[in-house]
Design a protein. Structure first.
Length: 205
């Protein structure tokens, strides 16, 4: 398993297909990460790079279509046992990410992406969810309010189906949106490991 992970990372670093190679030139030299074009430095960004997840919507693409595209990519990576997570992103955070993206299904449907859309996790009206850590937002309180938003039929929450058991993983995911210092970012990519998702996720009660 470990070897597989190292191999996969080798391939990701060697053949990374981020476009914008020109722009990437100097960033690539600075970070020594092949074809890294993004200047964003959160654990989440290392995850996106390592798994070649779409960073943002295409021109005119709805958030729900972007979410579908990302979930498809994740399922594919999981299926091939190639899903790699950097240090700082565990199973809970990964499951929180999927809850964040989902807009249908029986449970753990956050549909958060509808208003908090990558890459900045905002739609221009809702605040960006990047770097909440230093801003000392009471996340427990905010997320508990999201739990009741649907029951209260608040605008935009019709698709949301979350319960208290989803909150720890959503919180864990939000933490991956905090930036790390520039000199630690490369390490996140190099040390990314394959995540075993074969067993069904059981959140702590
Ligand atoms: C209908 C649009 C909408 C949806 C869906 C939505 N949010 Fe929000 N979110 C907002 C708006 C608007 C605010 C700012 C006002 C507030 O705090 O309610 C906000 C605030 C937040 C904050 C606090 C940010 C800060 O800087 O204070 C967090 C964290 C957050 N949302 C996470 C989530 C998560 C996680 C989900 C999915 C379960 C989600 N949101 C779904 C619109 C949305």
């Amino acid at each position: 398993m470990k070897q597989l992970g190292v191999l996969a990372i080798g391939i990701a670093l060697g053949l990374g297909t981020s476009l914008a190679v020109d722009k990437a030139g100097s960033i690539e030299q600075k970070t020594k990460v092949h074809r890294l074009a993004s200047t964003k430095r959160a654990v989440y960004d290392a995850f996106v790079y390592a798994n070649r997840i779409p960073e943002k919507a295409e021109e005119g693409e709805a958030a729900s279509d972007l979410a579908g595209r990302i979930l498809g990519r994740l399922a594919n990576q999981e299926g091939r046992v190639l899903l790699k997570v950097p240090p700082g992103m565990d199973r809970a955070a990964y499951e929180g990410y999927k809850t964040f993206l989902r807009d249908e299904g029986p449970s753990s449907v956050g549909n958060c992406i509808a208003c908090h859309t990558p890459p900045q996790f905002t739609d221009g009206k809702a605040p960006s969810l990047r770097n909440l850590g230093p801003r000392k937002v009471d996340l427990q309180k905010v997320l508990r309010a999201k739990l009741t938003a649907r029951a209260e039929k608040q605008d935009g929450y019709a698709a949301t189906k979350i319960s208290p058991k989803d909150l720890p993983s959503l919180l864990a995911f939000l933490k991956t949106l905090n930036d790390v210092p520039e000199d630690q970012f490369r390490d996140l990519i190099v040390k990314a490991q394959v995540l075993d998702t074969t067993e069904e996720y059981q959140p702590d009660p």
